[in-house]
Design a protein around this ligand. Structure first.
Ligand code: SF4
Ligand code: SF4
Length: 395
């Protein structure tokens, strides 16, 4: 494992464990499996674990696993204040205490304002006294480093970055999103101020692996490198010295081992012009085919009418990055045949979802487009018949 420094000179593993999506079992997290994955990462030198108040069951799972394995003091926990749920100063303490209790700890190493998308959100927090609260918590040693995770545009990112003496920040960044959100300019601005940058969505929610078109995979294969698609994505990030920690959600021990291997080899400045040319070719293929730039972050959810927005977009994109029938098959499985219907046709165009989409996707318009493509008449009839059969009333 390689390490890069935080503001105080502490070593952080360049691979961090993103703890948003552990494998589920019986309605909760499969703790035994998560423990195996987390401990494999720990033993390989990973010392940064990122969770959040709203990642269902994640904080409690980490608390349990770290306590059982006696490693709390050997690792760094990053978690997040659900600032969008906070209306007053008392709520700050309430949520923070709950997080400490779930994580079975008396301090958070890296604490973030979760999901800021513009300056107004930060101003709202300042108005309820967040600055004094942070100071108190830092003085008491309950928060070691303070930062924010960000999903808005570059301008607002720079304003928030420059408004306060942050210890670190977290941005969405990958080779497909080099200029989206905070982007390369935001990354470099933070690094220029000496602020460590943690990277989320390094593989665009797995899309740069699972939904990579064959032609893009071919471009990678014919490059002469033996790297898998995930490794290309991670190496592109590690190549940039401004990147401090890359967070990866890892759902198997094999994935943990592969990512740890990459994080022990890839150094800043090691990609060649040929490597960049390969990635350009890959990007061209992906952009040509994708219909909606949805990362699957789910910030638009829940929809009041039950529309599965990211699910529908994922299947719609699959129609173009894989095959039409594959996209429609996935749609039938994951959206069409769920007990609670989640079709785009349920949308009442309230626009709530669009206010939260970090990718600024015109969701209402794209949902209509996706629905047309995913459910041509014969499929609509087929899905209706299958639903009627599956959910028929039985005595
Ligand atoms: S616009 Fe449609 S999809 Fe979006 S939140 Fe409203 S009902 Fe749901
Ligand atoms: S539509 Fe936007 S908010 Fe919803 S999952 Fe996709 S990228 Fe995220």
């Amino acid at each position: 494992m390689q390490y890069r420094k935080d503001r105080n000179g502490n070593n952080l593993s360049i691979l961090g464990f993103g703890c948003m999506r552990f494998t589920k079992k019986g309605g909760g997290i499969d703790i035994a499996k998560a423990e195996q994955e987390l401990m494999t990462a720990y033993r390989a030198g990973v010392n940064y674990f990122d969770t959040a108040y709203v990642y269902s069951g994640s904080e409690a799972a980490l608390g349990e696993i770290f306590e059982r394995n006696h490693i709390r003091d050997k690792i760094n926990i990053a978690t997040k204040l659900p600032q969008y749920l906070i209306g007053n100063r008392a709520a700050l303490d309430r949520y923070f205490q709950e997080e400490l209790s779930r994580l079975r700890t008396d301090h958070i190493d890296y604490y973030l304002m979760h999901h800021l998308t513009d300056v107004a959100m930060w101003e709202k927090l300042k108005n309820i006294g967040i600055l004094e609260w942070i100071q108190e918590k830092k003085q008491a040693g309950a928060i070691r480093n303070i930062g924010f995770s960000y999903h808005g545009n570059t301008d607002n990112f720079l304003k928030i970055l420059n408004d306060y003496g942050w210890d670190f920040c977290q941005i969405q960044y990958n080779y497909l999103d080099e200029v989206a959100q905070a982007g390369r300019d935001g990354l470099r601005a933070a690094a220029a101020k000496g602020i460590p940058v943690m990277i989320m969505e390094p593989l665009r929610g797995g899309k740069l692996v699972n939904m990579l078109p064959d032609q893009a995979k071919k471009a990678m294969k014919s490059s002469g490198r033996s790297w898998e698609p995930a490794e290309w994505g991670l190496r592109w990030l590690y190549n940039q010295p401004e990147v401090t920690v890359v967070l990866s959600g890892m759902n198997s021990v094999e994935m943990v081992e592969a990512n740890c291997r990459t994080a022990s080899e890839a150094t800043a400045g090691s990609l060649t012009p040929d490597d960049f040319a390969t990635l350009e070719a890959v990007k061209d293929v992906i952009r040509e085919r994708e219909k909606v730039g949805c990362t699957g972050c789910r910030y638009c959810m829940p929809c009041p009418k039950g529309v599965d927005i990211p699910g529908i977009f994922r299947c719609y994109n699959t129609m173009y990055t894989e095959t039409k029938s594959q996209g429609r098959f996935q749609f039938a499985q994951t959206v069409g045949l769920t007990r609670e219907p989640a079709f785009a046709s349920q949308c009442i165009r309230c626009g709530k979802c669009e206010q939260h989409c970090p990718q600024s996707i015109p969701i209402r318009e794209k949902l209509q487009e996706a629905d047309k493509a995913l459910r041509p008449l014969p499929y609509k009839i087929g899905i209706q018949a299958a639903r009627a059969f599956m959910f028929r009333k039985t005595r």
